[in-house]
Design a protein around this ligand. Structure first.
Ligand code: NDP
Ligand code: HSE
Length: 436
């Protein structure tokens, strides 16, 4: 903190001036007077660190640097990290926190992998570590989990937390657009990560799921604890199979409080594509929008919805955090610390049961259905519903199962694929929500 009373100011180092960083700087400049009133101190941008200064002629030369380390070590109070990735962000933030500087970051990959180390550094020095923008962009979600619901027992968090994949799946569903062209558009709009495979392979959503589960269940969950499947295997056949049943395909993050070993509790955290009934509220979440359901024992069901990616929406969450940590510094206090006291074990994915939708092209003749049903029975996978539609000599057969383990389902599908009467396994996908 520099100065006293009316002249108090907090100095901010902005690391990164890309999709989000530029919007943070713009809004900080445009609303400076309001932010001063809200924080109780003027918030001064002391420097902007980038990788290639020559690419940023719009940043005043006296603020611009390629030396993020020196900027963090300078006379700043708050470090806002909008670089992304693990290094150098990790070292920069550890240095800042160890020096007692508060940190605001949107870096879910870093938090999901090195959160424990960062929280420990913040605890030791008494600095703040805020990260609302790391999950679901503009949506106020982490503060409700961290603070508003601290008096409740959360049982489940489930939602769409990656804008890029939702944008792609929505386009594939509504216009039949191809996967690559839609991904390019999501990157152009600033939704995708610097390396978009982080989005399409589910790494980004898995990092977010780890953060959500950690906050919801007061347990340290890291990215490695999350079962992860992306959307690169989702084909137009899957989308068509879903459409035929009035369903949509969405990539969901699902965090649950479940039964563990020896009567204790555990957590289950996973990210994978699912088929949802079209009337399910998450089915209508389109484009880069995110939506997250939270179920808590006393509060019941809560739903959070809004823009999950993009420069300005994400900057809104970053600036909310910036004002909060500035207020804390003005008041001489700090925000909530990490809460990991419950330390619940993470249940292996192999023990998690989900329902499945299997779409097959089969020969339309006597005995085929019983052969298929026998394969399910042989692997102890119980069938919930079967629909068959004839097409000349062939038929389209759709089977929806009761909850089964991944291993049991895979063995069943392997056996079915070998049956003479089965021409093709068109689509295999998990199912959530509603009747089969
Ligand atoms: P960008 O790739 O658009 O911007 C990254 C910025 O970091 C660039 O300005 C780059 O400099 C700078 N940078 C890279 N390496 C260094 C370095 N070694 N030293 C200093 N600066 C460096 O990223 P985004 O703005 O999209 O994302 C930033 C963070 O926000 C990430 O953690 C991301 O996951 C998160 N996030 C992003 C959202 C989005 O919609 N984009 C939404 C929510 C969170 P230069 O410009 O010179 O290359
Ligand atoms: N790449 C991320 C997404 C940015 O598409 O959701 C928001 O975290």
């Amino acid at each position: 903190m520099n100065g006293e009373g009316d002249s108090a100011s907090v100095k901010v180092a902005l690391l990164g001036y890309g999709t989000v960083g530029t919007e943070v700087a713009r809004l900080l400049h445009e609303h400076a007077a309001d932010f001063t009133a809200r924080a109780g101190a003027s918030i001064e941008l002391a420097g902007v660190a980038v990788r290639r200064p020559d690419k940023h002629p719009d940043v005043p030369a006296e603020l611009l640097t390629s030396d993020a380390t020196a900027l963090v070590e300078s006379d700043v109070d708050i470090v806002v990290e909008m670089i992304g990735g693990i290094e150098p962000a990790r070292t920069l933030l550890l240095n800042a926190l160890r020096a007692g500087k508060s940190v605001v970051t949107a870096n879910k990959a870093l938090l999901a992998e090195h959160g424990a180390e960062l929280f420990a550094a913040a605890d030791t020095s008494g600095a703040d570590l805020y990260f609302e923008a790391a999950v679901a962009g503009a949506i106020p979600l982490l503060r409700p989990l961290r603070e508003s619901l601290a008096g409740d027992r959360i049982t489940r968090v489930m939602g769409i937390v990656n804008g890029t994949t939702n944008y792609i799946l929505s386009a594939m569903d509504s216009t039949g657009a191809g996967y690559s062209e839609t991904l390019e558009e999501a990157s152009r709009l600033g939704y995708a990560e610097a390396d978009p495979t982080a989005d399409v392979d589910g790494f980004d959503a898995a990092s977010k799921a780890a953060i959500l589960a950690s906050l919801a269940f007061h347990t340290r969950v890291s990215a490695a604890d999350v079962h992860r499947e992306g959307i690169s295997e989702v084909s137009s056949s899957d989308i068509a199979a879903a459409k035929a049943l009035d369903r949509t395909v969405k990539l969901l993050a699902i965090c649950e409080r479940v039964n563990g070993a020896e009567g204790g509790e555990a957590v289950s955290v996973r990210v994978h594509p699912v088929m949802l009934p079209r009337r399910h509220p998450l089915s209508s979440v389109d484009g880069a929008f995110n939506a997250v359901y939270v179920e808590a024992e006393a509060a019941g069901q809560l739903m959070f919805y809004g823009q999950g990616a993009g420069g300005a929406p994400t900057a809104s969450a970053v600036l909310g955090d910036l004002i909060a940590v500035a207020r804390n510094r003005v008041a001489g206090g700090r925000g909530p610390r990490e809460s990991a006291y419950a330390a619940l074990p993470v249940r292996p994915f192999a023990e998690t049961c989900t329902r499945y939708h299997i779409s097959l092209d089969v020969a339309d003749r006597a005995g085929v259905l019983s052969q298929v049903a026998a394969a399910f029975a042989a692997h102890d996978v119980s069938i919930a519903a079967v629909r068959q539609r004839g097409r000349n000599q062939d038929a389209s057969l759709v089977v929806v199962t009761h909850a089964a383990t991944d291993a049991a389902l895979r063995s069943t599908v392997d056996e079915i694929a070998k049956l003479d009467a089965v021409h093709e396994v068109v689509s295999v996908m998990r199912v959530e929500g509603g009747e089969p």
